[in-house]
Design a protein around this ligand. Structure first.
Ligand code: T46
Length: 141
């Protein structure tokens, strides 16, 4: 049931380090739990900017702050938690039906996102009241 699931799910990636530096490799359905259909990245985010403010009906994603730092708010309709991303060796898993907000980007932050689906505006729920309504209808006992 919603509200009892762990909201923050992080994946630790195996770093291949040697005297030259570090390398992280991520394979679909092995290091993360879905096929990767799309990647995008967010960078050069201006001061005091917050992004997101939506949930996805189907999309699953892994967020990796490959440089710098940012904060992510996750909300499953029952619980809300804030996560700091500042480690290129870990990914935050965001399943469908989770509201997200991103803020406090450092000026050098690069947020890489691995996504399970192609871009579709129809997959977005951009109104928080609509999100809460959908969650209560779908996940109430
Ligand atoms: C999410 C968070 C973490 C595209 O044309 N293709 C794409 O694949 C994406 C992701 C965006 N866009 C266009 C749509 C908008 O005109 O890029 C523009 C900015 O997108 P948006 O305002 O949705 O960006 P964020 O940072 O609010 O949200 C994004 C993702 O859209 C979203 O899926 O979970 O990052």
């Amino acid at each position: 049931m919603r509200g009892k699931d762990k909201l923050v799910k992080k994946y630790k990636f195996l770093p291949h380090g040697d005297s030259r530096g570090m390398l992280v490799a991520i394979e679909e359905n092995k290091d993360i739990p879905f096929d990767i259909k799309r990647i995008y990245y967010i960078y050069n985010t201006k001061e005091n900017i917050a992004r997101g403010f939506h949930a996805h009906r189907c999309l699953k994603q892994i967020l990796i702050c490959v440089h710098g730092s940012c904060k992510i708010v996750l909300d499953d309709g029952f619980n809300r938690e804030t996560v700091v991303l500042n480690d290129p060796g870990e990914g935050l898993y965001i399943e469908n039906d989770i509201w997200r907000e991103m803020y406090d980007f450092s000026s050098d932050a690069v947020l890489l996102v691995l996504a399970s689906e192609l871009y579709s505006e129809a997959d977005y729920i951009r109104n928080y009241d609509d999100f809460k309504k959908m969650i209560l209808e779908k996940y109430h006992e």
